[in-house]
Design a binder for this molecule. Structure first.
Ligand SMILES: *[C@@H]1O[C@H](CO)[C@@H](O)[C@H](O)[C@H]1NC(C)=O
Ligand SMILES: *[C@@H]1O[C@H](CO)[C@@H](O)[C@H](O)[C@H]1NC(C)=O
Ligand SMILES: *[C@@H]1O[C@H](CO)[C@@H](O)[C@H](O)[C@H]1NC(C)=O
Ligand SMILES: *[C@@H]1O[C@H](CO)[C@@H](O)[C@H](O)[C@H]1NC(C)=O
Ligand SMILES: *[C@@H]1O[C@H](CO)[C@@H](O)[C@H](O)[C@H]1NC(C)=O
Ligand SMILES: *[C@@H]1O[C@H](CO)[C@@H](O)[C@H](O)[C@H]1NC(C)=O
Length: 938
């Protein structure tokens, strides 16, 4: 489409006056909102090394040896925030004897840690002294891409299998990406098999500098342009033992994000907070379903960097207030990347260049999805679909949980209770709707031979995970005893595909929900237990729930094609997602367990939550974090999974959920229904409005996903990404943006009809200004908290100055609404400029961008003149004409508006111009002709 227009105005006044009311309201609540202020900043530089003799020790024990005495004195000089834990074992009460046996400093803290939470361990009583034996850099040589050095250590540590000589290699891969590998030159160790880019020549102008500390060994990375130290591993000793690899770094600020999957605030707490990573299925406060060893960290002045440890073994990430961070993993190698941004968005782009950009979702993935566990029959599932249709509530996809299956067995459906499932799916398709059902990895192993093809055939092809003795490992999940497919084997992918195809012939499903893929097991290990050895009981076990690697999963010693389960456990969901594709369209897969690069294959939902306000609130942090982790297609169970639904909560959650990139309402068995039609007419209407609003914004959301796919952008975006210099945005996780311009301010508390939101410095237009029922206006913020009206039927939405977005008249499915004409909405800056874009294709073919089967249109209006350009043209775009346009921020009524040089009828009210149907012969419908909209000074 080629659309251009010009707007002219005479005077400008009035806008500012209207806003003062809002500003005053916001000021009152101003101080309550900001929690993680920068005021608590610690000194970010490590303290100087502790000298041998110093101030008096705080240790109480009398000393009778002068060396030990001076040692203890030195220990006492290490500031508490800089004490790196020498005794992280959780099951042990650390005594002086145990600690000193490790040659570490022992200073019991005065008081026990304030919080008894598992992951908050308080100041360590036992910590490394400055002279703790570590590696030293024995040699360093230049290489094609960077340097290669040899690290040697004289003294063994207290963990078995110390590797006394290791190799460190730096690769200056791009100007913003440094790659470092620390490996064992004498034997190969497990490496994560995700494809990463291979650099062939050294970056010429890197914005990072690398230095080494020789003795003890340390790697120091600074940002060239500012001198900021972004990595300094000299702060604590390096460990490289067979099952214990550890290094620490100082952080330039306490503002650190990422490190999934955990249920927490968006900004991590650095007060002695240990985040354990090992795929596990029990929410909420422990190691969760997915593993993402990546963090984003802010620096002074708003620059940002990222760090990615490419390692899949069980690990702890310990944060401490220095601020500093320790990586502690029990296998693999130390293979990591530093990304220097310099802004948060480009850090994520650089991270995704390594792990892979997310897939472009099939269009209906962005519609409303409805699910519950316990519809019990296909007929009652169908009834709900019909009920939504009758109520005019949009729905793109209906789902079923495990109750559709016969005895919970994959690739079956209950022919009695779900006998009409194929008919229901047919009916969904006839209405432009889709069907998605759950699949668990566990395959029932107890059916009579010849009666259950998936198991019989799986055995024949040898696709199942083996125990340490080479026999099929048997665990227990929903169908009873089960075997687990080994998705690290290509043969398993073929068998899985064959199962999908056979089932698809009976029930032509459109997408897959892959659950329980940590993999989850109701037993610990297997029916036969697990061997007792150092794989099952490593010298150090990270803080996994259950204290055993095999807790509620298969044995760590289980054998997979690629490696021991010990190494590949947390890759299970990734590898299952890679196998879960069937139709020749973009696959729709939602996975519970995830690993870096998952976004290329699936989306994610945040797992089991409860129908509680707290869960509504924490879902925002979860959504934002997964957008940082390259899985933008993410959502939480709207209205809460477990516990009884509450109407007010469900309305607010549906409003918030309408802005999750992936929007699904899901409910547990035996709970009251919580689909929109289950509530009062008032609540139902509010939910319907929220969903219709989402559908009307589909062109915006779809275009954002295009940018995620193409450039590694975030879709649901933290405010700090757009305003990185504004420290006030750093902890915000009650609001978020869609892209750069739509600010969502949901209500996250019960019983209120107002909400306080932070508005970074900009001019923001109330999105509803166009709607007579919500008269709103624009607000010019200097970076303020504002109190906004939030009646039950409203979610606050603001459009940032300078943006142009395209909307469509919503309808019951995206199939229908995405064919509707576009309405262009321009939010002008003071100087009358705005810009935006639109990506459009057939919505479902694979690689439309790559094969150039798409249209891409850019709309810009510099200085009161809007022109738009077709940067890439395709037939698809001819199906969506531009029907109307609105311009916010036109301060005076124009005397005339021209569309393609012809007079157009328009409305003017409250600083905006609306053009009704653009009745130009070209009509903007992309037949290669420009539509010009012009107005003249009156
Ligand atoms: C260290 O201890 C000695 C003896 O108890 C005392 O005289 C001295 O003042 C102390 N020094 C400091 C710096 O506290
Ligand atoms: C002095 O050291 C010896 C041996 O190291 C120890 O047995 C003794 O208990 C120590 N005395 C005091 C007062 O700590
Ligand atoms: C790195 O850390 C070491 C040990 O704490 C410290 O001595 C050194 O000054 C730090 N280097 C930089 C550049 O901050
Ligand atoms: C489902 O509905 C169909 C058609 O109305 C009916 O024949 C069938 O008995 C119903 N099944 C169940 C389990 O209620
Ligand atoms: C969907 O479109 C049809 C046909 O244009 C219209 O009658 C109906 O009201 C629309 N539904 C909604 C929910 O807007
Ligand atoms: C865009 O493509 C359509 C159909 O392929 C064609 O009719 C039209 O002229 C093209 N428009 C532009 C601006 O190239």
């Amino acid at each position: 489409a080629k659309v251009s227009s010009a707007l002219c105005t005479r005077k400008c006044l009035l806008v500012i006056g209207c806003l003062l009311l809002l500003l005053c309201g916001g000021w009152l609540l101003g101080t309550m909102f900001w929690l993680h202020g920068p005021s608590s900043q610690q000194p970010h530089r490590p303290p100087p090394p502790v000298p041998g003799r110093a101030a008096n020790s705080t240790a109480q024990t009398p000393v009778n040896d002068s060396a030990a005495a001076s040692r203890r004195e030195a220990c006492g000089r290490t500031p508490e925030a800089w004490r790196f834990d020498c005794y992280p074992e959780r099951t042990v009460v650390v005594t002086r004897e145990l600690c000193e046996a490790r040659n570490c400093c022992f200073i019991p803290a005065a008081a026990p840690p304030a919080s008894k939470k598992r992951h908050q361990n308080g100041i360590p009583w036992c910590f490394y002294p400055a002279d703790f034996p570590s590696y030293s850099l024995a040699s360093l040589d230049k290489t094609l891409l960077g340097q290669k050095g040899s690290l040697v250590k004289e003294v063994k540590t207290y963990y078995p299998g110390d590797i006394l000589t290791v190799e460190v290699e730096t690769r200056y891969e791009t100007d913003s990406r440094l790659h470092v590998r620390i490996t064992d030159p004498s034997s190969s160790r497990f490496e994560v098999p995700i494809p990463v880019p291979a650099a062939t020549k050294k970056a010429e102008n890197p914005d990072y500098a690398v230095e080494f500390s020789k003795q003890p060994f340390g790697l120091i990375v600074t940002r060239r342009s500012t001198g900021t130290v972004i990595l300094n591993t000299t702060v604590a000793p390096l460990f490289y033992a067979d099952q214990f690899l550890q290094f620490s770094t100082s952080l330039p600020s306490p503002f650190i994000y990422g490190l999934g999957e955990h249920r927490s605030t968006f900004l991590h707490d650095v007060q002695w907070n240990t985040l354990t990573m090992w795929a596990r299925d029990v929410p909420p406060m422990t190691n969760l379903y997915g593993v993402h060893p990546f963090y984003l960290s802010m620096e002074e002045g708003g620059t940002a960097h990222g760090f990615f440890l490419l390692n899949s073994n069980a690990m702890d990430v310990a944060l401490q207030p220095a601020p500093a961070l320790t990586w502690r993993t029990i296998g693999g190698i130390l293979d990591f990347y530093v990304f220097v941004g310099p802004d948060p968005g480009s850090v994520i782009q650089q991270y995704l260049e390594v792990i892979g950009n997310p897939a472009m979702p099939i269009y209906w993935a962005l519609g409303y999805h409805l699910c519950r566990w316990g519809y019990n029959t296909s007929n009652s599932t169908w009834e709900v679909v019909k009920s939504l249709r009758n109520s005019g509530i949009p729905q793109d996809a209906q789902w079923n949980d495990i109750d559709y299956m016969e005895h919970f067995m994959d690739f079956t459906f209950d022919s009695a209770k779900f006998g009409t499932l194929p008919d229901m799916v047919q009916d969904l398709h006839a209405h432009g709707q889709r069907y998605v059902m759950i699949l668990d990895p566990g395959i029932s192993s107890t059916q009579p031979e010849g009666s259950y093809w998936p198991f019989d055939e799986g055995l024949k092809r040898g696709v199942f995970i083996k125990d340490a003795e080479g026999k099929t490992l048997i665990g227990k999940v929903w169908p009873g005893l089960t075997a687990y497919p080994d998705f690290s084997d290509e043969v398993t992918h073929e068998w899985w595909y064959d199962n999908l195809r056979r089932f698809h012939d009976k029930v032509p499903f459109d997408g897959l929900w892959i659950d329980m893929n940590e993999p989850s097991n109701f037993l610990d290990g297997s029916t036969n237990g697990c061997p007792e050895n150092s794989i099952e009981h490593p010298p150090y076990t990270p803080g996994v729930l259950g204290d055993l690697l095999r807790a509620k999963t298969v044995c760590a010693t289980a054998q997979q094609k690629l490696s021991l389960h010990y190494n590949v456990h947390s890759l299970y969901g990734l590898m299952e997602a890679q196998a879960s594709r069937i139709v020749a369209k973009r696959p729709f897969v939602i996975s519970r367990s995830t690993f870096p690069s998952q976004g290329m294959y699936s989306g994610h939902w945040l797992g089991d939550n409860r129908s509680q306000w707290k869960d509504l609130y924490t879902s925002i942090a979860g959504i934002l974090t997964f957008n940082l982790l390259g899985i933008p297609l993410v959502g939480a169970d709207i209205c809460g999974f477990s516990e009884e639904p509450q109407e007010e909560l469900c309305v607010r959650w549906t409003q918030l959920g309408a802005f999750y990139p992936f929007t699904r309402n899901h409910n547990a068995i035996d709970m009251q229904p919580q689909d929109p039609t289950a509530f009062s007419p008032l609540a139902r209407t509010a939910m319907k409005q929220a969903l219709l609003l989402r559908y009307s914004l589909f062109p915006v959301l779809y275009t954002l996903f295009h940018h995620a796919h193409l450039h590694g952008h975030t879709v649901a975006r933290p405010l700090m990404f757009e305003f990185p210099k504004d420290v006030q945005t750093y902890a915000i996780d009650k609001q978020f943006l869609w892209g750069k311009s739509l600010l969502v301010t949901p209500v996250v508390d019960p019983g209120v009809d107002q909400v306080v939101g932070y508005f970074p410095e900009s001019l923001w237009y109330d999105f509803y200004t166009v709607r007579p029922d919500f008269p709103g206006d624009s607000v010019r913020s200097k970076g303020e908290k504002l109190q906004l009206a939030a009646p039950l039927d409203k979610i606050n939405l603001h459009l940032r100055e300078g943006s142009v977005i395209a909307t469509q008249t919503p309808n019951l499915t995206l199939w229908v609404s995405s064919g509707q004409p576009l309405h262009l909405l321009s939010a002008l800056s003071d100087d009358g400029s705005a810009g935006g874009d639109l990506f459009w294709d057939d919505g479902e073919s694979i690689d439309t961008y790559e094969s150039e089967q798409y249209a891409y249109i850019l709309a810009v209006s510099p200085q009161k003149v809007m022109t738009s350009q077709v940067l890439h043209n395709h037939t698809e775009a001819t199906f969506i004409p531009v029907a109307s346009a609105s311009f916010y921020g036109v301060k005076e009524k124009p005397s005339q508006v021209l569309v393609n040089s012809q007079d157009a009828t328009f409305n003017y009210s409250d600083n905006q111009v609306s053009l009704g149907r653009i009745e130009s012969p070209q009509n903007g419908n992309t037949e290669g002709k420009a539509v010009r909209t012009k107005c003249f000074k009156g």
